[in-house]
Design a protein around this ligand. Structure first.
Ligand code: FAD
Ligand code: NAP
Length: 341
């Protein structure tokens, strides 16, 4: 166990923000993690976890022991005629898990290709893309209770998954370390191609929608994402900075009467309005402010053009929230986890 003092977090967050942790340690097994959590440093300081750092905005020096999760491994089990379960350790890269399952032919997570970060953070916000969410394939997870240092099992209901939400982001925030995650995949997958640009991309690649297999879908998602989203290794970002707001039908109809091309998708809880459309309509898309800005190809993604600090990005986010409120009376909420101390 090698706990470092005052260490830069730049390589541990995909925004590439300069910030430092009072203490930092990497762990690659549960035994190591428990030993760290029993140390005086952990007992005397707050403890925070980072997987891939791809859903984080770090605004200041972090007065805590930051634990970097490197606990990896994948295990297939509980096979039936048409299903199989996979348990992945939380430090495993999510996209590697997807590629591994797609390669074998086990379906259910191919629409979630190329989402950066770790398996352990996936339940935190019930990751989602192209009409699929983690909850659709989720069986259970085991998590270390940070008070008792015992592992506890959470099933689907316990996790209280919602749109980019879970119990771990809300009432159990900072109470657990997610240790492993179990998903159920299909051995005879039915592809889901009717969301966003997937079907158009498949067809432009000469693939009939009825013939598309999970590898075709995964490749299409990778192709779309690579063409639209900034690669954090080249341009620092944390993906969508804001959640898509869900508003009442009355509010949406009022906005539609004023803004003819506003977009909206009916959901059981109201109308989901793409935050990217709102931000773009107000002229933020591609705008550069100091070292930061809203990305030229995807308004929802805020970027670090180099040398930005967390508070600059937070301030841009606040200006965008105010601007959307002034025009549409919609309060955007952040999706990214903000660390201020
Ligand atoms: P981190 O940023 O390391 O952590 C996020 C939060 O979870 C932090 O609060 C951290 O303390 C906590 N945490 C991390 N690991 C654990 C653990 N094991 N136990 C307890 N708490 C933990 N998200 C989507 O949902 N859909 C997308 O399509 C998508 N696309 C993206 C595209 C890009 C280019 C980028 C940069 C991000 C995108 N994201 C997307 C956001 C992000 O990749 C996901 O939310 C991902 O699951 C974050 O994983 P991470 O390991 O990087 O989490
Ligand atoms: P897109 O396909 O251009 O769609 C724009 C918006 O419309 C998205 O917000 C999406 O909502 C919504 N949408 C599209 N088709 C829909 C349908 N059939 N039913 C309901 N809603 C629909 O979006 P994009 O920006 O290129 O992103 C593609 C996918 O990747 C989206 O699912 C998005 O959530 C995901 N993504 C997430 C992040 C992140 O960091 N969280 C980053 C990049 C991309 P949803 O967002 O609810 O799907």
């Amino acid at each position: 166990m090698n706990i470092l003092n005052s260490t830069s977090l730049k390589q541990y967050n995909t925004f590439g923000l300069e910030a430092s942790a009072k203490y930092l340690v990497e762990v690659s097994s549960l035994t190591q993690l428990i030993a760290v959590l029993k140390s005086d440093t952990a007992i005397e300081n707050k403890v925070k976890f980072i997987g891939g750092g791809s859903n984080l905005l770090i605004c200041n020096q972090i007065d805590a022991l930051v634990i970097i999760n490197k606990i990896v491994g994948v295990n297939l089990h509980s096979e039936t005629e048409d299903k199989i379960q996979v348990t992945a350790m939380s430090g495993t890269l999510w996209h590697n898990l997807v590629l591994q399952m797609v390669e074998i032919g086990y379906g259910g997570i191919e629409n979630l290709s190329l989402i950066p970060g770790s398996v352990g953070a996936a339940p935190m916000q019930n990751i989602g893309a192209y009409g699929v969410e983690l909850k659709d394939v989720f069986v259970s997870l085991s998590a270390l209770n940070l008070k008792t240092l015992q592992l506890e099992v959470f099933n689907l209901q316990d996790c209280e998954f919602g749109y980019r939400e879970s119990v771990f982001k809300n009432k159990l925030k900072d109470h657990y370390f997610i240790y492993d995650v179990t998903l159920e995949l299909s051995k005879n997958p039915i592809t889901n191609t009717n969301y966003g640009d997937i079907s158009a991309t498949l067809m432009s690649n000469g693939i009939e929608l009825n013939d598309a297999n999970i590898k075709d879908v995964s490749n299409a998602v990778i192709e779309i994402r690579s063409s639209k989203l900034p690669n954090p290794k080249i341009l620092g970002n944390s993906g969508s900075f804001f959640k898509n707001p869900v508003i009442s039908t009355t509010h949406f109809e009022f906005l539609l009467s004023k803004f003819k091309d506003i977009k909206g998708f009916q959901t059981p809880h109201g109308v989901k309005v793409p935050a990217g459309w709102l931000i773009e309509s107000l002229g933020w898309k591609g705008k550069k402010i100091g070292n930061t800005g809203s990305h030229a190809k995807q308004a929802l993604v805020l970027v670090n053009y180099g040398g930005a600090i967390g508070s600059e990005i937070k301030s841009l986010a606040e200006d965008i929230i105010q601007s959307v409120w002034n025009s549409y009376q919609i309060k955007l909420e952040t999706e990214v986890n903000i660390w201020e101390n």
